[in-house]
Write a protein that binds this ligand. Structure first.
Ligand code: BGC
Length: 765
């Protein structure tokens, strides 16, 4: 979507790249020259890289000289130790030219050592070093779900660009990110790794992440090759159980699950990872519909696909391969080019070739795609990393500052009665309570790269740094986070109550430990683990002003808190700078402006619960029993998608559609004014939704089609414009053709997925 801004403070919402150049433009001749030099510098790696034709010629030459064993070596990825070391076997394989890639091996010196071995091999094909740089390398940023809550793609791009620079300085050239799985089931632990439930927001985040990691040219020494994962549908695992089966209609695949991958590829992502799940009867690591028909034939993707960890071997467990050889055949023929960790390609491909079950052409195609990306990465020209740069590139002051800024932008204010927040810095005493209040490790969240516990700022430390020694801080860790609680909890809850009684205000952290989300971390209950609810009830019963700081990687069922806690801040897991960022918001140095990227249900029984559902023939009606609802629960969420409040108030007015009718291939502009009518500066995320009233197939009650996060001073008003193009108005019809059908559309402009201003237009033939 094209974003047009008509206000003086547009610099706040345009991208940082645009800012660099506009600054140069305004500075006259010398700035023009420096801008030119800057452009030339940025283009240098691209100019130095061979042309696409050269690359294909070089690949032809290499493939013609490769033995079958060497080809299969390129298709193999092996894992190093979690601490970044390689194994002696890797050195041996590398010297023989039989190791295409590693995962986890990192550190400038180590990667150079292993690379040197590869370059001693007959054909000198460099190794591609991969690692899960998911939300930061050493400087850890908010977990991806939190970053999505910023609704700020520019901020997310900045975060990934820091992550890329740090990881690249450490010898890593490929990240297994972004994870772009749409997830509508918060029981699934991996919901924390993605951008939530919505394909439009998910696509915006996918794009931002790929550009942050790769830049415009991933051969630059401070960039990483991106890998969009997990292709595809993994987020729909039945029952939220990790690795579980998925059954998704082709329309849902094309409209909900594919778009963030397409956005990642359009942004230039060079690789994809196949997934663990069975999709409509064919596991995604052997699914030729998704891997070949959609990816290669329809989308013309010419990068490569890596399997997920042993997902090829697991085809035997799925029951679509009779044995390991059959699994290798199925995955390779379907279009999985590189095998992560299991070693079936290398072991069985020669036999499969002899038996005529696999064509040599299939292997050559996979090798070609991998070599193509290695060439594009500039690995042949620059196989080594500069060891002298590693130290300075990692955890620099600017990187830490960016982490703090992005973390604060990811916080969502869910409730703030009687303006309990922000807390005055002159407060005489403050109780800091809860199992996560002084916890470093959990702040990093799951998949925290090379992050270190000792680098993380806890909430207690963040609060301390804001206050003078004259404020008394009463700390009480209180109960444990263990799912079933701990025997010492009762006594500790008593201490917490005393701390609250002795203080003017209480900040209580509640939530999950970091390892309760992420891979293999499904939960059947979304309640606060252990005795935390008991703890918070006792603390709030003291009658002291209490702020709940949630730390968690998924929506939780927090009905009691929503009804009884005066203030609730959703802070997810915010990374190395968590404590500082939360303190920035608690004490009002930053006004929270994040919005939920995923619906918070009232109970597990409501799942799946997402805003863009279809209407049904009997939409829920409280006065009519025979409608789509529950006997024992409302159908509405506890907090809807897109929701989040602020220390100030905003008002939307003047929703205006540029034309009442448009042609099928036309577009329409939607304008709306947003004004800060409160007393503090703050950010609002204005969201644009549409609804197609009647089409040849049922359409969602609302679909997000645009958003802008704007910063406004008190009394300031912005006019925002959104463009709705035919691409945004279309859908997949019964023949799976993407069409724009004539009919009436509603447009909603709001500050969450519920309510807002309404207008309409008609699409005509
Ligand atoms: C995960 C992937 C990850 C890979 C390598 C797998 O278990 O599913 O997301 O990239 O491990 O660490």
């Amino acid at each position: 979507m094209r974003i047009v801004h008509y206000t003086s403070s547009r610099a706040r919402v345009i991208s940082s790249r645009a800012l660099d150049f506009s600054a140069a433009r305004e500075g006259g001749k010398w700035s023009c020259i420096s801008a030119f030099c800057l452009c030339a510098l940025m283009l240098l790696p691209a100019l130095a890289s061979p042309s696409p034709q050269d690359i294909e010629r070089k690949i032809d030459a290499l493939i013609s000289r490769m033995t079958l064993e060497e080809k299969l070596g390129q298709l193999q990825q092996l894992d190093g130790d979690a601490n970044g070391e390689y194994r002696s076997e890797h050195l041996e394989l590398a010297r023989k030219g039989l190791l295409g890639s590693t995962l986890n091996v990192r550190g400038a010196k180590r990667t150079n050592e292993l690379q040197r071995a590869a370059l001693e091999s007959r054909l000198k094909i460099p190794i591609l070093f991969g690692f899960d740089v998911i939300h930061g390398y050493r400087t850890v940023f908010p977990v991806p779900l939190a970053e999505a809550a910023s609704w700020d793609p520019d901020a997310v791009e900045r975060a990934e660009s820091v992550a890329a620079a740090e990881a690249a300085a450490s010898g890593v050239r490929w990240t297994f990110a972004p994870m772009v799985d749409i997830a509508r089931d918060p029981r699934w632990g991996r919901i924390v790794e993605g951008s939530g439930e919505d394909p439009y927001l998910g696509s915006a985040m996918a794009r931002a992440r790929v550009i942050g990691f790769q830049g415009r040219d991933y051969s630059s020494p401070n960039k990483l090759l991106a890998c969009a994962k997990h292709w595809v549908g993994y987020g729909a695992s039945e029952g939220g159980r990790d690795y579980n089966t998925t059954d998704i209609s082709e329309r849902r695949l094309r409209e909900i699950y594919f778009p963030p991958f397409k956005a990642a590829l359009d942004a230039g992502a060079g690789t994809l990872m196949s997934a663990f799940n069975d999709l409509n009867g064919v596991p995604t690591s052997a699914n030729s519909f998704t891997l070949t028909r959609v990816l290669r034939d329809e989308w013309k993707f010419d990068g490569f696909v890596v399997s997920d960890y042993e997902s090829i071997k697991e085809l035997v467990n799925h029951g679509v391969a009779a044995d390991e050889a059959d699994a290798a055949r199925a995955a390779l023929s379907a279009g999985v080019d590189m095998e992560m960790v299991s070693r079936l390609y290398g072991k069985y491909a020669p036999g499969l070739l002899r038996e005529g079950k696999l064509a040599e052409r299939t292997i050559d195609d996979a090798v070609r795609r991998i070599l193509r990306i290695k060439f594009r990465l500039g690995l042949f020209e620059r196989p080594y990393v500069d060891e002298s740069r590693e130290q300075a590139a990692i955890m620099s002051a600017t990187n830490i500052e960016t982490a703090r800024e992005v973390a604060a932008r990811s916080i969502v204010l869910l409730k703030n009665e009687r303006d309990v927040l922000p807390i005055s810095k002159d407060v005489r005493s403050i109780a800091v309570i809860g199992p996560l209040a002084d916890d470093q490790l959990d702040m990093l969240g799951s998949w925290s790269g090379d992050g270190r516990r000792e680098d993380a700022v806890t909430l207690l430390a963040g609060i301390r740094a804001k206050l003078t020694p004259s404020t008394k801080i009463n700390l009480a860790k209180a109960c444990s986070l263990a799912l079933n609680g701990d025997s010492s909890d009762a006594a500790s809850i008593g201490e917490a109550v005393r701390a609250a009684r002795d203080s003017d205000v209480t900040v209580i952290t509640l939530g999950e430990s970091a390892d309760m989300t992420g891979e293999a971390a499904a939960r059947a209950s979304l309640d606060l683990p252990g005795r935390q609810l008991e703890l918070v009830k006792a603390v709030i019963a003291t009658g002291k002003p209490t702020v709940v700081v949630l730390m968690n990687g998924r929506p939780l069922t927090i009905n009691w808190l929503a009804d009884n806690a005066p203030a609730i801040l959703e802070t997810w897991f915010l990374g190395s700078q968590a404590g500082n960022a939360i303190a920035d918001v608690l004490f009002g140095d930053i006004n929270p402006g994040g919005k939920l990227p995923v619906t918070f249900p009232r109970s597990v029984g409501q799942i799946p619960l997402y805003y863009d559902h279809e209407n049904t023939g009997r939409p829920a009606d409280p006065n009519n029993k025979y409608t789509s609802k529950y006997l024992d629960s409302p159908v509405t969420p506890l907090f809807p998608f897109g929701y989040g409040i602020s220390y100030t108030k905003f008002e939307l007015t003047n929703l205006h559609v540029s034309s009442q009718t448009i042609k099928r291939d036309g577009s329409v502009r939607v304008g709306v004014d947003v004004e800060n009518i409160g007393k503090r500066a703050g950010d609002e995320v204005v969201q644009l939704y549409i609804r197609h009233i009647a089409a040849s197939v049922t359409r969602p009650v609302r679909e997000l089609k645009g958003f802008q996060r704007v910063a406004l001073k008190p009394g300031e008003k912005h006019h925002l414009e959104f463009a709705l193009t035919s691409e945004q108005l279309g859908f997949y019809n019964s023949d799976m053709r993407f069409v724009v059908e004539p009919g009436d559309f509603k447009v909603f402009a709001g500050t969450s997925s519920i309510g807002g201003l309404e207008a309409g237009f008609r699409v005509i033939e």
